[in-house]
Write a protein that binds this ligand. Structure first.
Ligand SMILES: NC(=O)c1ccc[n+]([C@@H]2O[C@H](COP(=O)([O-])OP(=O)(O)OC[C@H]3O[C@@H](n4cnc5c(N)ncnc54)[C@H](OP(=O)(O)O)[C@@H]3O)[C@@H](O)[C@H]2O)c1
Length: 293
């Protein structure tokens, strides 16, 4: 049962025994260009994080690979000691190289080191939620996750992690993880224009597992869809608001983590996600999403 009341759009969701607002915040955009180095405006970045908490958001998504080690430190500087209701989700399984690439780091020893680094950079004794990031920059790739996932299960058994999830994963990998140990979420790329995981979302909803779309607004290239623009124009709002509201209405297990480096955009996104889309809006968006290019 939910122990948190919120006026944020979408209400709350339980990640295992941790209640979070369905409207969360993704911290990746706070690092420098290409998700490398510090932000151009460090005070502005700290202000965005404090604004998120002031708005009542209790779910922040991060990774020590952002920067690397930039967003975790910003979160700690802005918010530590953390409000009791705040839950921070992190990811392990990728490093950064000097060109800004994301080479995999999924050997058990890499994962152990990364979990300890996250504990240190966030300033906590236990990580609320750790996602094992699979695949590569092109997306999910087939293959067994048993060895890295079992390494994380062991760290969880040692009391360093409360809950586990997987990211950038195929449906088979999600099933494999669930056969090894409980997961509370899957974090994959999904938005109105990129709907590869429709079936997976419904399967997870039946199992009470959250689906956390990354790039809900299109990521580095803003979502383009004629239906989004026309529905937004009809409702007198922005395409981004419609994109977020659509995700919240798509399925109750979807948690939002839109990224922004701007407190004004964050407020705009919170207000926009509360939009109630009518059947005719949903039908138009659905038709557009299923149209071939
Ligand atoms: N698991 C993974 O492999 C993975 C991969 C990528 C991301 N993620 C997570 O997912 C989160 C979300 O992804 P994302 O941040 O890359 O992409 P996103 O949420 O789809 O889009 C962020 C972009 O939208 C812009 N934006 C946001 N609100 C806006 C508004 N109201 N008006 C105009 N522009 C707006 C932001 O620019 P401004 O800064 O100017 O607002 C930013 O460029 C990340 O923060 C990260 O935590 C996970």
């Amino acid at each position: 049962m939910s122990t948190l009341s919120t006026s944020l759009p979408g209400g709350t969701w339980n990640l295992g025994d941790l209640t979070v607002t369905r409207f969360g915040y993704g911290a990746m955009q706070l690092a420098g260009p290409g998700v490398m180095g510090p932000p151009a405006d460090p005070d502005g970045a700290l202000a965005v994080l404090r604004e998120a908490v002031d708005l009542g958001i209790t779910h922040i998504d991060t990774s020590d690979a952002y920067g690397p080690r930039v967003t975790n430190r910003l979160i700690r500087e802005a918010l530590h000691p953390y409000p009791e209701s705040l839950r921070i989700a992190t990811k392990v399984g990728a490093n950064r190289d000097e060109q800004g690439g994301w080479p995999p780091a999924r050997r058990p020893e890499d994962l152990r080191r990364s979990v300890h680094e996250n504990l240190e950079s966030l300033g906590v004794e236990v990580l609320d939620l750790v996602n094992l990031r699979l695949g590569n920059a092109e997306g999910p790739q087939p293959g067994s996750l048993a060895e890295p996932f079992e390494a994380l299960v062991e760290l969880r058994q040692q009391g360093l992690i409360r809950h586990l999830g997987v990211s950038n994963a195929t449906a088979d990998q999600v099933a494999q993880a669930r056969a090894i140990a409980p997961i509370v979420c899957v974090q994959n790329m999904y938005n109105l224009a990129y709907r590869q995981d429709d079936e997976l979302i419904d399967t997870l909803a039946e199992a009470g597992i959250a689906y956390v779309p990354f790039f809900p607004l299109g990521g580095f290239s803003p979502l383009q869809s004629s239906a989004l623009s026309s529905v937004a124009a009809r409702l007198g709002t922005t395409p981004m608001s419609v994109a977020l509201a659509w995700l919240l209405q798509r399925s109750a297990n979807i948690l939002l983590i839109p990224g922004t480096s701007s407190a004004a955009h964050l407020r705009e996104n919170v207000a926009g996600a509360g939009l109630q889309l009518r059947d005719e809006d949903l039908a138009e968006l659905e038709f557009d999403a299923r149209e071939p290019d």
